[in-house]
Design a protein around this ligand. Sequence first.
Ligand code: TMP
Length: 209
Amino acid sequence: MDRGKFIVFEGIDGSGKGTQINLLVEEMKRQGRTVYQTAEPTNSVTGGILRDALGGFTDRTAYEMSAMFLLDRIFHNSNKINGIKQFLERGIDVVCDRYYYSSFAYQGIDADLKWVMDMNLNCKEILKPDLCIFLDIDSQSSDERIAKNRLEREIYEKKEMQERIRKRFLEVFGILKDSENVKIVDASRSIGEVSGDIIKIYNEFKGEV
Ligand code: TMP
């Protein structure tokens, strides 16, 4: 049996990941694939501590956040019940909302970027995605979407911060261009246009692997 494919979505907050993930998963299932949809932070104990910090209920340094996202990610990969690794080994595709690229872009601003990258990329229990789709949107547009859809904001959901995070994402994809398979999609367009591009990228990716 072939190993499943591991696909990750990234983007600043309000970039439309949730909508686009649902549309891609629907298409993959239509094509006959079995898909497990997941997200980070997970529902682990560490994920709960992270949610608390993201909501602003507790203060954590960028180093603490990096280490907790790492721990949550190891659990996300390796746990025997719904871990990414065991699904892939069973031939099931995994589509994940955020992964280590988010740690690089969000924590890699206040914590040392190289340290954050090294501990994720050199960890044998953290799998490398087969494909990362980055939904690229300017912080003004994403901010308008956040304002429309949420009653409260998480600690990173401020416009100036989101602009820095977006720049960090693009910088990191430059650093990783020879080792990671990242596709950047202009997410400022209509849902249908963005989804059309993503499905095209997916079909090409399937043809390559
Ligand atoms: P979301 O569920 O709205 O995507 O929220 C997750 C938040 O967690 C989002 O603001 C990005 C942040 N995050 C990090 O800062 N580092 C990480 O490694 C991950 C996976 C998420």
